[in-house]
Design a protein around this ligand. Structure first.
Ligand SMILES: Cc1cc2nc3c(=O)[nH]c(=O)nc-3n(C[C@H](O)[C@H](O)[C@H](O)COP(=O)(O)O)c2cc1C
Length: 322
């Protein structure tokens, strides 16, 4: 398949694995890139030296394109940016911050820059800041989320109308039919988080992966909206936050309940009781831990089969009138 996204990144399929905290090390990024998608290293949970190590290992392990996700609220952001330049990283996905701050510097080093947004307004701002493409993420997604709770199905057609640069849909996509739907809504590709967080090569703890694949529909909720809206599996920690929010607790009290290091505790160390367990709604569709290549191959096979059977339908055209 050739389209704006495969051409922008020089990849085979318009499938990107989100760069995720405590999940996306070089092994997952390389596995996705070698399978024809675009793998990203998630810098958000890495010490600067650790990021450099992961970039170097990825460069040694693949000759395919890969990128780095940088949440712009990272405390030592200057150090991360220096490393991206020094290591000659070619693709950078920025998120959680103002795209104006770093885009021109990254572009002056010939990097392809993509920014993650949760609304048409911010998509337009990212386009104005000069990014090459936008990821628009609906509130089904795992990880941090938009406050407005706009779903992917609602968001993508509106962002499509708002911007002219390539558009990548994120949130709730894990299958070939999901990819097909995203393209039908106006996206040029998809960014997938949850399905790859549960892949064999993800750095997430096995207990976290097993808990996630055992989820039923409704097993996650968006919470912490006063701090940073985050989709979490319902566990003891979630219950504490939910009670606090129902009681109308303020930002400071919520910050105290959250404390430090909870995402690491839950996702990386596998504490299913006290940890922050970030995963998307689509986890309840996933039943197995699979290698990233198998995930991509299955998406592509289902996409091709559905494209051959669903797409010819409009040729018969829906009749208007009676
Ligand atoms: C455990 C986890 C950690 C994440 N960390 C980040 C991150 O550091 N930066 C970022 O831009 N997005 C992050 N995300 C969001 C993903 O990159 C992706 O956009 C999202 O998961 C897509 O929706 P899905 O989960 O429904 O596939 C994270 C998602 C998960 C599940």
């Amino acid at each position: 398949m050739k389209n704006k996204i495969t051409e922008l990144f020089e990849i085979k399929y318009p499938i990107i694995a989100g760069g995720m905290v405590w999940v996306s090390g070089w092994k997952l990024a390389v596995a996705v890139s070698n399978a024809g998608g675009l793998g990203l290293i998630g810098a958000g949970s890495m010490h600067p030296d650790t990021l450099r190590e992961h970039i170097q290992k990825a460069k040694a392990a693949t000759d395919k394109p890969f990128g780095v996700n940088v949440p712009l609220l990272y405390p030592e952001i200057d150090k991360l940016m220096d490393i991206l330049v020094e290591e000659g990283v070619k693709i950078v996905f920025t998120s959680a911050g103002n795209p104006k701050t770093w885009t021109s510097m990254l572009k002056s080093h010939h990097m392809t820059v993509i920014h993650v947004v949760s609304s048409s307004k911010f998509a337009l701002k990212a386009q104005d800041a000069g990014v090459d493409a936008v990821v628009a993420e609906g509130f089904e997604a795992g990880g941090h989320n938009g406050r407005e709770e706009t779903t992917t199905f609602t968001l993508i057609p509106q962002v499509r109308q708002a911007i002219s640069i390539p558009l990548i849909a994120a949130g709730g996509v894990a299958t070939g039919n999901g990819l097909l739907a995203a393209l039908a809504l106006g996206a040029d590709g998809v960014q997938i988080g949850t399905a790859f967080a549960l892949a064999k090569e993800s750095s997430a703890h096995l207990a976290f992966k097993e808990k996630s694949i055992a989820l039923q529909e409704g097993g996650t909720m968006l919470c912490l909206k006063k701090l940073a809206p985050t989709r979490l599996i319902k566990n003891d920690f979630y219950d504490k936050v939910a009670v606090a929010e129902e009681c109308g607790m303020g930002v400071e009290e919520l910050r105290q309940i959250l404390g430090k290091g909870r995402a690491k505790l839950g996702i990386f160390e596998g504490d299913l009781v006290e940890g922050e367990l970030e995963i998307g709604q689509i986890a309840s569709l996933i039943k197995e831990i699979k290698p990233a290549k198998q995930i991509i191959d299955e998406i592509v096979a289902e996409f091709n089969q559905s494209a051959a059977t669903i797409i010819p339908l409009p040729k018969q055209s829906l009749q208007s009138g009676s």
